[in-house]
Design a binder for this molecule. Structure first.
Ligand code: ADP
Ligand code: MG
Length: 281
C-alpha cells in the first residue's frame, strides 16, 4: 500500500471500497450497526452478519423496484386493494393461487375474460406485480400497442431483436385484446409473439371478447384457431362477468351524494390517484 493511502483516514478508504464493491447499505449502516452491536455486546462475526443481511434485504428491494420499472405498468396495483366480493364470477382461490406464480415456473398462461370495467386490468397488474416481487421479469403492454411496436420494429428492421426481447421475458401481459381490430400483418405478428412464447414463457391476456369472437379482432379463422391452440394448451381462465366496477362505484357515489351522506368519502373511494382517473357520473 502506498504511504499516501496509509495516511488516508480508514473511513474514507472504507467508503471508497464499499462503493466499488457496490455495497451501499453496508456503507450507510456500518457505523450505526457497530454502535448497536457494541451496546448489546455482539461479537464481530455477528456484526458482520447483521450488516450483510441488511445489504441483502435492500438489494432484493432494489431489484423488485427495477423489475417494476422495467415492466412498464401503467399503474401499480395489488390484490390487497381488489374487492373480490364485487365480482362473484371470479374464482378468488384461483387468483390467489396464480399470485404465488407457480404457473410462471410451469410456463402456463392466464386469460382473463369479461366486459369492460370488471377488473381485468387490475388483476393482470396485480399478477404482474406479484411476479416482480417473486423475482420474474415482466413486460406489460396492450395488444394494440404491442402490434404497433412490432410493426414499427419491422419497418425499422429491428423486428428480430424485439421478438427476442418479448420471448425472453418470463411473464408477458397483453392487455385489452379485442378493443381494436388488427390488420392482417398486425395479427400475424401478434400470433408470432404467442407462438414464440409457447411453452417457453407465461403470457397473461385480457379480453372483453369471448373466444368465439376473437376472429373479429384477428381477422382470420385459421390464425385465431392456431393462436388459441397455443395460448390455451396450458391455461387458467379467469371469468370476470358482471357490472362495471367503475359504473357501480359512480352510481353508489351518486346515490350517497343525492342522500347528502359522506360524498367526499364516496369520491375518495372511486378516485384513482395513480391515474388521476375520476369515473363518469
Ligand atoms: P377492465 O380492465 O376490466 O376494464 P379495470 O381493471 O380497469 O377494468 O377496472 C376499472 C377500475 O375499477 C380500476 O381503477 C380498477 O382498479 C377498479 N376495480 C375494478 N374492479 C375492482 C374490484 N373488484 N375491486 C377494486 N377495484 C376494482
Ligand atoms: Mg382494462
Amino acid at each position: 500500500m502506498s504511504p499516501a493511502r496509509e495516511d488516508t483516514a480508514p473511513s474514507v478508504l472504507l467508503a471508497h471500497h464499499l462503493k466499488q464493491l457496490k455495497l451501499p447499505t453496508v456503507l450507510r449502516e456500518y457505523d450505526k450497526v457497530a454502535r448497536e452491536c457494541a451496546q448489546s455486546g455482539l461479537d464481530h462475526s455477528r456484526y458482520l452478519l447483521r450488516l450483510v443481511e441488511l445489504e441483502l434485504i435492500d438489494r432484493e428491494r432494489r431489484l423488485v423496484e427495477r423489475r417494476i420499472r422495467a415492466a412498464r405498468f401503467p399503474a401499480v396495483k395489488s390484490l390487497d386493494t381488489f374487492d373480490f366480493a364485487a365480482i362473484p364470477s371470479l374464482n378468488k382461490m384461483l387468483v390467489l393461487e396464480l399470485a404465488r406464480c407457480g404457473y410462471i415456473l410451469g410456463r402456463e398462461n392466464v386469460i382473463a375474460l369479461g366486459n369492460s370495467g370488471t377488473g381485468k386490468t387490475h388483476v393482470a397488474l396485480a399478477l404482474g406485480l406479484a411476479a416482480c416481487q417473486k423475482g420474474f421479469s415482466v413486460a406489460f403492454t396492450t395488444a394494440a400497442s404491442l402490434v404497433n411496436q412490432l410493426l414499427e420494429a419491422r419497418d425499422e428492421r429491428r423486428l428480430l431483436r424485439l421478438q427476442r426481447e418479448l420471448a425472453a421475458v418470463k411473464l408477458l401481459i397483453v392487455d385489452e385484446l379485442g378493443y381494436v381490430p388488427l390488420s392482417s400483418t398486425g395479427a400475424e405478428l401478434l400470433f408470432e409473439v404467442f407462438s414464440q412464447r409457447y411453452e417457453r414463457g407465461s403470457t397473461v391476456v385480457t379480453s372483453n371478447l369471448p373466444f368465439e369472437d376473437w376472429t373479429s379482432v384477428l381477422g382470420s379463422e385459421r390464425l385465431t384457431g392456431a393462436l388459441l391452440d397455443r395460448l390455451t394448451h396450458h391455461v387458467s381462465i379467469l371469468s370476470l362477468n358482471g357490472d362495471s366496477y367503475r359504473l357501480r362505484a359512480s352510481r353508489s357515489r351518486r346515490g350517497r351524494t343525492d342522500g347528502g351522506a359522506e360524498p367526499n368519502q364516496a369520491i375518495a373511494a372511486t378516485y384513482n390517484p395513480e391515474t388521476g382517473e375520476i369515473p363518469p357520473i
